[in-house]
Write a new protein. Structure first.
Length: 274
């Protein structure tokens, strides 16, 4: 069994248990459930957007502990001050050391920045839960779902006002799973089965994704030069976790990356803001 299969098996048990603890009806009564979600699509397409989706990730199956010292509210607020366009918060506990409470805290600290619930969604209950904890958009991973599930779950998300990021990592997944019902398409440079990270995956797949979707390159991004090269082939979003989280001050690491990016490729808007 590969890691992805283990994660999904564990997730099934977790979701079935969670449903007995908090019913869907109870989730629908939470105050956040009535909040109007923010659009990640708009935030990433806004002129002058940094395009960075900055992730809060304590640990991962490939790297072990990345950072268990920093607090979610401080870190995510720091990311936003530094210029993140969106935030990503891992809520998977067994493999990534996250929890729903992290997203609740990130939401409180950042009322105006779109936040993605980063988890392995295999049941519509988790989409209702995403809304109830204050997420604005959700991740659907092609490798974990059938094309039909992607369509159905996107519909559930849209009915709740949430946007959908579909994650693929090769041509086959893109061809079989891409549907008009998703809003953003993420190319994961990391193969979730082998953990090998290769940025050329994003380059290869970029022309195969229609421009109507916001294109996001995910994982393994470290250098301003790589971001610039990916912008040139059509990417508008960059999902980055470890490069920031492995430092003692993740927000400062983002600030450095944006400074480097501005030096390479100054965004005119930045210079006109007084
Ligand atoms: O830490 P990195 O290499 O910058 O990667 C961030 C993000 O892309 C990665 O955490 C991720 C992408 N898709 C996922 C699916 C589940 C869990 C995690 C992920």
């Amino acid at each position: 069994m590969d890691v992805l299969e283990r994660i999904i098996e564990r997730k099934r048990t977790e979701v079935d248990y969670q449903k007995t603890v908090v019913s869907q009806r109870e989730l629908e009564q939470r105050p956040q459930f009535n909040r109007q979600p923010l659009s990640a699509h708009d935030a990433l397409r806004r002129p002058g957007s940094s395009g960075i989706i900055a992730e809060f990730k304590r640990k991962s199956p490939s790297k072990g502990i990345i950072n268990d010292q920093v607090l979610v509210a401080d870190t995510t607020a720091g990311y936003v001050r530094a210029g993140a366009a969106c935030l990503s918060v891992l809520t998977d506990e067994p493999f990534f050391g996250g929890r729903s409470e992290d997203l609740i805290q990130a939401r409180q600290a950042n009322p105006s920045t779109p936040i993605i619930r980063k988890d392995f969604i295999i049941d519509p209950y988790q989409i209702v839960e995403a809304k109830a904890i204050g997420a604005d958009f959700i991740l659907l991973i092609a490798a974990c779902l059938t094309p039909k599930q992607v369509q159905n779950y996107s519909q559930v998300a849209h009915d709740l006002g949430l946007e959908v990021l579909l994650e693929v990592h090769d041509e086959e997944e893109l061809a079989s799973h891409l549907t008009e019902t998703v809003d953003l398409v993420g190319v994961n440079n990391r193969n979730l089965k082998t953990f090998v990270t290769d940025l050329s995956t994003s380059v290869r797949l970029s022309t195969l994704i229609p421009d109507s979707f916001v294109k996001i390159s995910e994982s393994g991004l470290q250098q301003a030069e790589s971001i610039l090269a990916l912008q040139q082939v059509g990417y508008q979003g960059f999902l980055i976790g470890e490069t920031f989280m492995k430092t003692a001050d993740p927000a400062q690491a983002l600030q450095h990356l944006l400074d480097e990016l501005n030096q390479l490729h100054p965004l005119p808007q930045k210079h006109y803001i007084v």
